[in-house]
Design a protein around this ligand. Structure first.
Ligand SMILES: Cc1cc2nc3c(=O)[nH]c(=O)nc-3n(C[C@H](O)[C@H](O)[C@H](O)COP(=O)(O)O)c2cc1C
Ligand code: SF4
Length: 790
């Protein structure tokens, strides 16, 4: 072997090669792995240190477009109908990205994506809102009205004139239904040409009983809804809609006679096609009478809704796709203020257990409160001491035993769950508010409660609430019996009156707003309902149980909200200390001790004495307060042969009025504890017979009372003292303005009499023998079907 040029012999070379190969074969895996590892580290370092290029996940779909035409011009909008939906869906994805939505799978609820407008930079780039105002017109008045309306709406939305790039709203567009292609707008909403836009439809529609374009339009809506090839709600992607009708009250004075009949039809079909996205109630007006006022109300309400849409991306509660839908043509369960109900309440075992527990607690009287709420809400010096109602006149301080005070209705209690399920809003820890069925009925023009017929209270402006959900009776007809807290003393944390006052109003308005999308709700009544004028303190529980009841009343009156307070005639000391209310009630559930014990099942041992003392207080108050006895008739309990006994009670209390009412049945079977059935509900005729017998018994005693008014619909009849009959006419209505004037001038303990704020004569339709149903409202049965006038 010869050495190579570097002087290495071939045998040595071969040896080295062999060694290297062997080494490689033995260690190749670790070597490869280490190399890869080092390379990865190197790459990672370079990546993090270097300048990255912008990543673009989606192409830019929408380009900025030139400014659009100004508001008011009748035009063809820049909206195109596209066969392919892909752009739209892509745009909404893009929209979400821009809004900074979380990446990854997204759960879609409802049928419009929730958009937040305003606030951050990303949010300001959210989708625009385009309001389209459709109208029809034969004699051109609606066209003019619509143009002006649209300009005013645009101004209130801050988008008058030219399109402002940052504004949430594009300038509204006016579209003549005689010119638009229905297929473009009313089969599916048109897709926007240039930028992501959501549509909001408005309609201003006159009505005609002759053939007009309205008929074609309505036919189209109807056909679209019934077309089996199309989804039944193809307009669901729009944000919302609302209709305003123009009509003539002279030729077609009522809705039954055809007033605004076609606007109502458009409203109905749009509800179906849009999946019930009525954003604001149907407005109606006659341009020669109330049209301007009604249209202004409608526009103001709409502007609020649209602004809410801009800020929250939703129409608010009560409208589908935006919150809990509360849309039903069916009447709600029969239940209202002070209407005592028999209902099959399924009470959980836990609740029942608690109930009986509380009853035992009740006997455990004479404690003092130590405000102990963890949030400190109850820690206020004004919190009163425990009041022992059982032993009249004894100072509570003598019975003091320190205890930890609980909340009356804690959030985690079965009572809370049961009450909220039944539609109550619990305010603080012991107050409640609930929108009553008459309020809902009045909003839809389907009749108001008897207090409208007797005393002139607008049911749609009435708030039903209580500052104390607790009571000291366990009446057999109380449908909440078993779930409600009971006690003879106030043993709970006391919430301040301001908290209760603000809370009940807030929750009441919240519930009213939820009615916005309900079919048949009238725009003008809806607008009025946003200002409470009356408070019925009679929901459940005992309002004068609340230690700050006078302060609470002062707050109501301070806002000129009148007050009807119903108490159970078991708290004479508190009754005596009560300041002016607009009308003061005591419940008279029986005419003698035994009957009262059986029906009210009072917790106080001295219940009859308390009851009688309350009647004496009422008698003494009769020239200072409007006093009322409320009798609730339950067949088999307190009707039979009791007229004489009731007459004796009237003689003792000498109330200004006696309201007699049949108990209302609401349920399918008996309340097990009370053993009441439908058979305990008197027929209206039986209530009438009783009232006639009572009137006779009163006259026999020389008491000057007469049957003044009736409301057959709620099985209620009013007997009134002759003090309220002037020149042969009953004057049961109340002059509320006068009441507040007197209160403001003379103070809550001021010296003024019920006659000082007596209102105008009771309307003819409400007087005895005329039924008591306001002819301007429409009677409906429980399914909402119109009832022909008898
Ligand atoms: C022939 C005719 C029929 C009408 N029918 C009704 C009707 O059924 N119900 C109604 O509320 N108004 C009815 N009106 C009143 C119109 O709806 C009302 O005047 C409306 O403001 C007209 O609007 P326009 O001028 O834009 O067409 C009718 C008017 C006319 C002239
Ligand atoms: S007074 Fe008010 S709460 Fe009571 S039934 Fe009438 S509307 Fe309802």
């Amino acid at each position: 072997m010869f050495p190579d040029s570097r002087g290495v012999s071939p045998s040595v070379m071969s040896e080295i090669t062999h060694c290297v190969l062997e080494l490689w074969h033995e260690h190749r895996i670790p070597i490869i792995m280490s190399t890869l590892f080092v390379l990865s580290l190197l790459r990672l370092y370079l990546h993090s240190a270097g300048k990255r290029e912008e990543l673009r996940a989606l192409p830019k779909v929408y380009e900025k477009v030139p400014l659009e035409k100004s508001v008011g011009a009748v035009e063809k909008p820049k909206i195109v109908v596209k066969e392919d939906d892909s752009e739209g869906s892509q745009s909404s994805r893009l929209g979400n990205q821009k809004r900074g939505a979380k990446q990854g799978p997204r759960r879609i609820k409802g049928d419009i994506s929730r958009k937040t407008r305003g606030g951050t930079e990303a949010e300001s780039e959210a989708r625009k809102i385009q309001v389209l105002v459709f109208y029809s017109s034969l004699t051109a008045s609606t066209e003019k009205i619509t143009q002006t309306f649209t300009q005013e709406l645009a101004t209130s939305l801050g988008c008058f004139g030219e399109k402002v790039p940052d504004a949430a709203f594009l300038p509204p567009r006016v579209l003549d239904l005689a010119e638009v292609d229905y297929d473009e707008y009313f089969i599916t909403p048109p897709k926007t040409e240039n930028e992501p836009t959501d549509l909001f439809y408005l309609f201003v529609i006159p009505s005609y009983n002759i053939d007009t374009i309205n008929d074609n339009f309505l036919e189209h809506l109807q056909e679209t809804h019934h077309d089996f090839r199309i989804d039944t709600s193809p307009l669901a992607p729009i944000l919302g809609y609302s209709v305003f009708g123009l009509g003539d009250r002279e030729g077609w004075p009522t809705e039954e006679e055809g007033f605004c009949v076609q606007a109502k039809e458009v409203d109905k079909w749009m509800a179906k096609l849009s999946g019930r996205k009525r954003a604001y109630p149907l407005g109606m007006g006659d341009w020669n009478r109330d049209g301007k006022e009604r249209l202004l109300e409608w526009r103001t309400g709409l502007a609020d809704v649209l602004k809410q849409l801009e800020q929250t991306g939703t129409l608010g509660e009560g409208v589908l796709g935006a919150g809990d839908p509360l849309e039903s043509d069916d009447e709600e369960e029969a239940e209202d203020d002070g209407e005592v109900l028999i209902e099959d309440v399924s009470v959980s075992k836990a609740a029942k257990g608690r109930g009986s527990g509380s009853l035992e607690d009740v006997e455990d009287i004479g404690r003092i409160m130590e405000l102990s709420r963890p949030d400190g809400a109850g820690q206020k010096p004004a919190a009163p001491l425990a009041v022992d109602f059982t032993t009249e006149g004894k100072p509570a301080a003598k019975k003091i035993v320190a205890v930890t005070v609980k909340e009356m209705v804690p959030k985690n209690s079965p009572t809370y769950t049961a009450l909220t399920k039944q539609g109550y809003s619990i305010v603080g820890s012991h107050s409640g508010v609930k929108i009553c069925r008459w309020t809902k009925s009045a909003l839809r023009g389907r009749g108001s409660c008897y207090k409208y017929s007797f005393y002139g209270i607008n049911s749609h402006q009435c708030m039903e609430s209580t500052p104390s959900l607790s009571c000291s009776n366990k009446c057999v007809f109380c449908w909440r019996h078993g779930t409600n807290p009971v006690g003879t003393t106030w043993r709970w944390v006391v919430d301040p009156p301001q908290l209760i006052f603000d809370g009940v109003k807030e929750n009441h308005y919240k519930k009213i707003k939820m009615m916005r999308g309900v079919p048949g709700v009238r725009a003008e009544r809806f607008a009025e309902a946003m200002r409470v004028r009356h408070c019925a303190l009679s929901l459940v529980g005992e309002p004068i149980f609340y230690p700050h009841i006078n302060e609470f009343l002062g707050m109501l009156h301070g806002e000129r909200i009148s007050s009807f307070l119903v108490c159970n005639a078991q708290h004479p000391d508190e009754l005596a200390a009560l300041q002016h209310v607009t009308q003061l009630y005591v419940s008279i559930d029986a005419s003698n001790r035994e009957s009262l014990r059986r029906i009210d099942r009072p917790l106080h041992r001295d219940f009859w004495e308390r009851f009688q003392r309350c009647l004496d207080i009422l008698r003494a108050r009769r020239f200072r307060q409007r006093t009322v006895f409320r009798l609730t008739l339950v067949k088999g309990f307190n009707i039979e042969d009791e007229a004489e006994g009731y007459a004796a009670l009237v003689e003792r209390g000498l109330p200004c009025f006696v309201e007699v009412k049949g108990v209302t049945y609401c349920g399918t079977s008996t309340s097990s504890n009370a053993g009441l059935t439908m058979a305990n509900v008197p027929f209206y005729q039986e209530v009438c017979d009783f009232v006639v017998a009572l009137e006779k018994a009163l006259l026999k005693r020389g008491l000057q009372y007469g049957i003044a008014a009736e409301h057959a619909h709620s099985c209620c009849i009013l007997l009134a003292s002759e003090r309220f009959r002037v020149d042969g006419k009953w004057h049961t209505l109340i002059d509320y303005d006068k009441f507040f004037q007197l209160l403001e001038a003379k103070g809550p303990d001021g010296d003024f009499s019920p006659e000082d704020y007596m209102g105008p004569p009771t309307p003819e339709w409400a007087t005895w023998g005329n039924g008591g149903f306001d002819p301007r409202d429409q009677r409906v049965d429980r399914k909402g079907r119109p009832i022909e006038a008898a």
